[in-house]
Design a protein around this ligand. Structure first.
Ligand code: EPZ
Length: 422
């Protein structure tokens, strides 16, 4: 268990570069199972979740070579199609392996995946889609057993544009026979990235970024090198840190086009924003203005993964803000922690009403989930005095050494004990 210590009251200044995207890297790593030859990834973020995914691939029989952010996956040695229980329980995105394993090896097994405690996180859409493609799926004693004589392309209408289900089904359809159309699929940038990776690797996917995605099955796959794009949620987190501290920062590599909704909210809060080709310049106000209403929605709506960071920003705004969390059922857990710092927020169901206060005070807190933990760090950067945050290993799931990134901007953030949690 590691802990972060934050001393607040210092406006952030300077430039920070954004590392590779966790939510782009994880499905792409799962997709390497579809390839008959080694695949090389660059700018692959050195995160706990990525290490867990690589461990799963190794357990299946893949040969992994890693040097910093360069990762090579050689899937030629896969001999097993059953996912390791202890990792699968902790890593929800292990689910992304079901589709590719089924598609290429006609079988796959796993326990129900775990992940952050932000909601029930069912997997019905994944399983419904795989069944439509011709998989027989048995669920017994908490485990999922899948097998098929060979997946066959078909139309799949998703009841909800689930990011993971869309990714899983695209990968499953790549080697299936015939054409698959996913209707009401997710439009997130990570879907576009996955499909770009698959197309460069010899598969055939069109419509990525729109709700209708078409996959021509029977693909072969060929060895490629692919660069993971910058992480839009990490970029948004750094920008929110600049805003809450009234700082002046430049976030290099921020994927500006993927940040329209959060950037508009930062402008509404009184930030001066300059969108440049290689990043975003932000100058935060002394005290942010309230955000009348934030509603999280599937992309291109306001991203649920930035909700908690903007919640923290609202706690010190001049006025009352409203946040509606439409994607997950339990994603306000950070509210209770922020109240320990003097935040005034009232949470009922999917709504949070936040009355901004002039200042927060440091406190001893716990990070209960990845993005909620990041929100506590941001609040600590603004608060008077010291904030200690238990559970920093949860923050490490999505941020590469967050304490170093914020310290590079002049923030006083340190970790105890010094090494990040593996
Ligand atoms: C992905 O999770 C991301 N994770 C999440 O980021 C992100 O919050 C989420 O998409 C939404 O954008 C990765 O990409 C690894 P969903 P995923 O399936 O795929 C319901 C982070 O902080 N649902 O789009 O699990 C589900 O319960 C993480 O980086 C079903 O009902 O999200 C939720 O309410 C957190 N049945 C909603 O859909 C299903 O079969 C959105 O889930 C699947 C999902």
């Amino acid at each position: 268990m590691s802990k972060l210590k934050v001393v607040g009251g210092i406006p952030l200044r300077g430039e920070i570069a954004v590392h590779g995207s966790k939510n782009a890297a994880l499905p792409i790593l799962a997709a390497t199972v579809l390839f008959p030859e080694p695949v090389e990834l660059t700018n692959c973020p050195e995160l706990a979740d990525v290490r867990h995914m690589l461990a799963l691939l190794e357990e299946l029989g893949c040969r992994i070579r890693q040097q910093g952010d360069r990762v090579e996956v050689d899937p030629r040695g896969i001999t097993c199609t059953e996912l390791r229980t202890d990792i699968t329980r902790r890593l929800r995105s292990s689910l992304f392996l079901l589709g590719p394993l089924l598609s290429r090896f006609h079988e796959a097994a796993a326990v129900y995946p775990g992940g952050c405690d932000i909601g029930r996180r069912p997997i019905d859409l994944h399983l419904q889609g795989l069944r439509l493609l011709g998989a027989e799926i048995e669920e017994r004693e908490g485990r999922i057993y899948c097998r098929t004589a060979g997946l066959k392309g078909t139309d799949i209408q998703l009841d909800y544009p689930s990011v993971g289900a869309t990714e899983n089904l695209i990968m499953a359809a790549c080697i299936a026979q015939g054409v698959t159309r996913i209707i009401n699929g997710a439009c997130e940038p990570e879907i576009v990235t996955l499909c770009e990776f698959l197309n460069r690797g010899g598969f055939s996917v069109t419509g990525a970024g729109t709700p209708q995605i078409t996959i021509r099955g029977g693909g072969e796959g060929r060895s490629i090198r692919y660069e993971i794009p910058a992480d839009r949620i990490v970029a948004g987190t750094y920008l929110a840190a600049g805003a809450i501290t009234g700082g002046e920062i430049f976030v290099r590599n921020a994927p500006v086009k993927e940040l329209t909704a959060p950037l508009n909210k930062l402008r509404e809060a009184g930030c001066l924003i300059r969108e440049e080709r290689v990043g975003v310049y932000l100058k935060g106000p002394k005290r942010p203005r309230e955000l009348k209403k934030i509603e999280t929605r599937p992309y291109p709506g306001f991203p649920t993964d930035l909700q908690s960071q903007f919640f923290a920003l609202c706690t010190v705004a001049r006025g009352t803000s409203l946040i509606v969390e439409n994607v997950f059922e339990n994603r306000f857990v950070h509210g209770e922690e922020l109240q320990k710092m003097g935040a005034l927020c009232h949470i009922r169901g999917d709504m949070a009403v936040i009355r901004g206060v002039k200042s927060l005070h440091g406190a001893d807190l716990t990070a209960h989930d990845l993005r909620g933990g990041a929100a506590l760090v941001l609040a600590g950067l603004r608060a008077e005095g010291m904030t200690r945050i238990e559970g920093a290993q949860r923050i490490d799931r999505g941020y590469v050494r967050l304490e170093e990134a914020l310290s590079a901007l002049g923030g006083r953030v340190t970790r105890e004990p010094p090494e990040a949690n593996v």
